[in-house]
Ligand binder design. Structure first.
Ligand code: DLL
Length: 433
């Protein structure tokens, strides 16, 4: 089979910026035709946009506005041109729909394919897609890309862990796409079944994304499978996976800058942060026809990594997602991000593959309890050592978070596992007020 190739990956900085200006003008024109943006953009003359930074003169778009504009206020094409919709469940509030024309679907596939090609995926690969197919974008987003490249594509979807393992063994899957917390679940089942993934599987590359995860979690998956793990970022509002993906250097994720214009703003002042500083990632679609979005506030916290990557690509890199503006917990007045808990826990060898943060408020005082699964080996240790381990984990969490935390130790597999994205926090404080 002829290898699919993507020329946009070689664009120079100058070429990228030229394209961005041209496409931003076109995006504003398209948006001006929608109910949602008509009034908000009526002062803007697209021809006066001469630099990508001019995007800052345009209004921001929030999830709340998307919700208010449901079902069709953001639609920029006649309904007959829409070939697909996805629906983002969202952990907070009502879901929102995103629409695509046929070309939108193709462009989305090309963004994902670019990231897959960058790390060496080719038509000889067997690609097992363990992300949910359906309204969630993780499954279909990679499916079309992998077929474009010419991989034999296994649309395994999520769940059914032993069937997944059976498929990996039967068809010698070489590339996986998986929610990171679910990858640990697979490793856990392998351990239960006495299966050594290094010997049983032929996997060499794994794409993970869809939920926040730490570098420590990536390393655990890499070691467990004996494969390289590449981070892939995206959100339904921007199509889905493929907004930004890691290259073999693994020093940040390259944004497909010919399709998305990225900014980082201070979520409080809404002003741009200093280059390289963390803040809220704001994205503008540059090529989407059906549903152009201008300066969409992702609520994801990250920083941009200016400068050329050793891989040669001029597409700017964004850091791993460091948290969300809406997942910050305030515990006894201290700001805590769930990802900090993960970082601290997974540095400890005895900690297994799952954890859960519980918050409640007995006697009007916030209490944070972290339920931690241990490895089989650690869990069967004598009581005295388990007590010492519990104290060690509590001290480590205190060091990372600056608040005292109670730790409960659980046996491997003892905590609930979600079918899709992991549920890491149960906050019962509101009900108790
Ligand atoms: O999760 C799209 C996706 C699927 C991306 C599969 C990558 C792989 P949503 O369901 O709309 O779309 O959720 C988007 O998930 O705003 C982030 O908070 C989080 N997220 C997605 N990818 C990553 C990642 C998909 N690589 C929300 N690292 C986003 C951290 C991620 N968080």
């Amino acid at each position: 089979m002829m290898q699919y190739c993507d020329k946009a990956v070689d664009l120079s900085r100058h070429e990228i910026e030229e394209l961005q200006v041209e496409r931003l003008r076109r995006t504003v024109e398209r948006a001006q035709a929608t109910e949602a943006y008509r009034d908000r953009l009526n002062q803007i003359r697209p021809s006066e946009i001469t630099d990508p930074a001019d995007v800052r003169g345009l209004p921001l778009t929030s999830k709340k506005q998307l919700r208010e504009g449901m079902p069709y206020d953001f639609l920029a094409v006649p309904a007959t041109e829409v070939v697909r919709m996805h629906y983002s469940s969202g952990t907070t509030g009502l879901a929102t729909a995103v629409y695509h024309t046929r070309d939108d679907v193709h462009r989305w596939a090309r963004c994902v394919a670019r990231g897959m090609l960058a790390v060496g995926v080719g038509c000889e690969d067997v690609f097992q897609n363990m992300m949910g197919y359906g309204l969630f974008t993780g499954g279909l987003g990679f499916h079309y890309a992998s077929e474009l490249i010419g991989c034999m594509t296994i649309p395994a979807s999520s769940g059914g862990t032993r069937r997944q393992i059976h498929l990996m063994q039967s068809f010698d899957s070489t590339v996986l796409h998986i929610i990171p917390s679910y990858a640990l679940r697979i490793l856990h089942i392998c351990a239960e079944d006495d299966l050594n993934p290094h010997e049983a599987f032929s996997v060499r590359s794994i794409f993970v994304g869809g939920e926040p995860h730490s570098e420590q979690l990536r390393r655990r998956i890499e070691e467990g499978f004996g494969a390289r793990v590449f981070n892939c970022y995206g959100l339904s509002e921007m199509a889905g996976p493929g907004v930004a993906m890691e290259c073999p250097e693994q020093t940040g994720l390259h944004i497909c800058e010919d399709h998305y214009l990225a900014e980082i703003i201070d979520p409080q002042t809404l002003e741009p942060v200093e280059p390289g500083e963390p803040g809220e990632l704001v994205l503008t679609t540059l090529t989407r026809e059906a549903m152009p979005l201008i300066r969409y506030r992702t609520r994801d916290i990250a920083h941009l990594l200016p400068g050329k990557c050793p891989c040669g690509s001029s597409h700017i890199r964004v850091s791993r997602i460091e948290g969300r503006t809406d997942d910050m917990l305030v515990v006894r007045g201290v700001n805590v991000y769930p990802i900090q808990v993960e970082r601290a826990l997974l540095d400890i060898d005895e900690v297994g593959s799952n954890y859960l943060i519980n918050l409640d408020r007995p006697e009007d005082l916030d209490r944070m309890t972290v339920a931690v699964e241990l490895t089989q080996h650690a869990f069967t240790d004598e009581m005295r050592r388990l007590n010492a381990l519990q104290e060690r984990i509590e001290r480590r969490l205190h060091g990372e978070l600056d608040i005292s935390v109670e730790v409960e130790l659980h046996e491997p597999g003892g905590l609930p596992v979600a079918d899709g994205k992991a549920v890491r926090v149960i906050d019962n404080r509101e009900q108790e007020l």
